[in-house]
Design a protein around this ligand. Structure first.
Ligand code: NA7
Length: 552
């Protein structure tokens, strides 16, 4: 590759295609893929359905939306000046701040010039003769590229249950994942929230402060732990930034969950097992992690999601904490999660969630045993009782991991449909490629560890791998790369084996695809940890791309 080509990426364009690569989605992963591939001299176009960058954070702008991973971790590490100069205002940044950050990144690295906004991709079809992908958008625009990179997000395709009578409901309807851009005022209104997952837990306390009355319809109570959000003081910021290289190194060496920063101190996951600790030590460890806040309880013991005794003990500990936070004991009992192991549905990091139920204008309706029957023109019907509402908020989650891919008509070799092939659950190699779909890549895809690790970091890891792979292919004059069936089978077997050794399959979670009626119940995330993931990923490329078929 000549210097001239590197300076003029368009000269590197694959013969006969518009671009070397089309990236779909301008969230954390897609923006990095664009930046990294362009840096390697590839001609890239990023197509984004929204009118701006942000991905998940562009759409999820409901009241209280906030990431549950700490700001110094949930951010890019590829550019030291960026991470040193950007100052986060809080421990857990809220959605507007994440948007400011991603817009800053887009400007700083001049990404917008290669992004086409307001462009929803509807079809991606592999053309075998030309070894390229043909992309079509909702408005009929067409693009072609050698490589297609799906950076379409983990939690993007909204799940909105089709309740009978919903069309006739006279009030306003909102979904947390499709929140309007303009301010929504609930003052003086009777509001219903359906769902009690993370989005509900974040928005309920704020909606309750505004609404005349808030009715929460709860099917499964979540385990919520105070986020202990706090301002990022300049002292804290400087102390952490002085150690940023070390922090990032640690981040890469942690398998499951992240690190936590308390008073400028780094708290790492406990590497010992539950059995290694005395009863007093266990209690102290649970208390310490709980007080630190947010998702820190994932880091208590190395076997906390595999050892039932350890998991039960943590579950009981948190249940007691919940009980203590609610004045009304009857309401408290309704809010206490039971019947599934703690941590096997994502913990919720809350601010005043349980305390909100002590307000006079908030009521909780259990819809576990008596599900929502449907809507009347004026409200929601449960067990023959009508709850009158002016507004309803669907905090009903996502068709996670696969939904953002299967809603695009993706066709591989011989017209094979990804959606059809995944009817019994997604089959991938490393959650990154699919046999039969050459030159198609998925960032943070189903079967990858992003959702239980750190999606920003995984996106960077995969973006770097992609750039190296494309460079290698260019150097060795290969047109196409595809996962072998054997490598894919082995990956699926390994993913399932690892999951079976944990308690995750017991919960009706989005990790298991169990939140969507009719969706195959299989593990959708890799639970073997980032270290093992990285080892297998690198092994697949280090050994001359064993596990892949490359054609000249
Ligand atoms: P979640 O965590 O999937 O929560 C969705 C909630 O909606 C959950 O409480 C569901 O109950 C409830 N739900 C879904 N369908 C229904 C019906 N038909 N009736 C009643 N209740 C229903 O989505 P979130 O958006 O809150 O959070 C997603 C992730 O974003 C979260 O894990 C964090 O990683 C950030 P269920 O539990 O299925 O019984």
């Amino acid at each position: 590759m000549s210097v001239e080509t590197l300076e003029r990426p368009e000269a590197a364009r694959a013969v006969g295609t518009d671009f070397d690569a089309i990236v779909i989605g301008a969230g954390f992963a897609g923006l990095y893929a664009l930046h990294r591939l362009r840096k390697s001299g590839h001609a890239v176009r990023l197509l984004e359905a929204g009118s701006g960058v942000g991905g998940t954070w562009y759409w999820n702008r409901y009241p209280g939306a906030r990431v549950d991973i700490e700001s110094h971790e949930y951010s890019y590490s590829f550019d030291d000046e960026l991470q040193q100069e950007w100052v986060w205002s809080e421990r857990y940044p809220a959605q507007p701040e994440l948007m400011r950050y991603l817009n800053h990144v887009a400007d700083r690295f001049d990404l917008r010039s290669d992004i086409q906004f307001n462009t929803r991709v509807t079809v991606a079809r592999h053309d075998e003769d030309r070894a390229c992908w043909l992309i079509q958008t909702a408005t009929g625009e067409r693009f072609s590229a050698r490589f297609c990179v799906m950076a379409t997000g983990l939690l993007v395709a909204p799940n909105k249950p089709e309740f009978p009578g919903l069309d006739g409901f006279k009030g306003r309807q909102f979904h947390t994942a499709q929140w309007p851009r303009e301010n929504v005022d609930f003052s003086g209104r009777r509001v219903g929230v359906i769902g009690t997952g993370s989005s509900a837990v974040q928005s309920i306390p704020l909606i309750a402060e505004q609404a005349a009355h808030l009715t929460v319809f709860q099917r499964t109570p979540a385990f919520c732990i105070p986020a202990n959000n706090r301002p990022n003081t300049s002292e804290n910021d400087q102390a952490l930034k002085a150690r940023y290289a070390e922090l990032r190194h640690i981040e890469h060496e942690i398998s499951f969950g992240g690190f936590f920063l308390t008073n400028s101190r780094i708290e790492l996951p406990t590497l010992t097992t539950y059995a290694d600790a005395t009863p007093e030590q266990r209690l102290a460890e649970f208390e310490r992690r709980y007080q630190s806040g947010g998702l820190n309880c994932y880091s208590t013991y190395s076997d906390i999601v595999t050892n039932r005794e350890a998991n039960d003990a943590l579950g009981d500990f948190v249940r007691n904490k919940i009980r203590q936070r609610i004045k009304n004991p009857e309401v408290a009992e309704k809010l206490i999660p039971r019947g599934w192991p703690i941590l096997t549905k994502r913990l919720c990091a809350d601010t005043n969630y349980y305390e909100t139920y002590d307000r006079d204008n908030v009521s909780l309706i259990d819809v576990k045993d008596t599900p929502i029957e449907g809507f009347t023109p004026d409200g929601i019907l449960v067990n023959g009782t009508e709850y009158p509402l002016d507004d309803v908020v669907f905090a009903t989650g996502f068709d996670a991991l696969t939904g953002s891919l299967t809603r695009i008509d993706i066709r591989g070799r011989g017209g094979r449909s990804l959606k059809d092939e995944w009817a019994q659950g997604p089959r991938t190699f490393l959650g990154f490629m699919v046999e039969g779909f050459p030159n198609l890549f998925m960032m943070n895809g189903p079967g990858s560890p992003g959702a239980v690790f750190q999606p920003v970091l995984l996106g960077q890891f995969q973006g770097d791998w992609l750039a190296d792979c494309f460079d290698w292919m260019r150097l060795h004059q290969r047109r196409s790369i595809e996962a072998t069936e054997a490598a894919q089978d082995e990956w699926i077997r390994h993913c399932n084996e690892v999951a079976e050794a944990t308690l995750f399959p017991e919960a009706n979670s989005w990790y298991m695809g169990a939140n969507i009626p009719g969706k195959a119940r299989v593990i959708l995330i890799y639970l073997g940890g980032f270290l093992e993931y990285r080892r297998r990923f690198n092994a697949a490329s280090d050994e001359g791309y064993a596990g892949f078929t490359l054609t000249a």
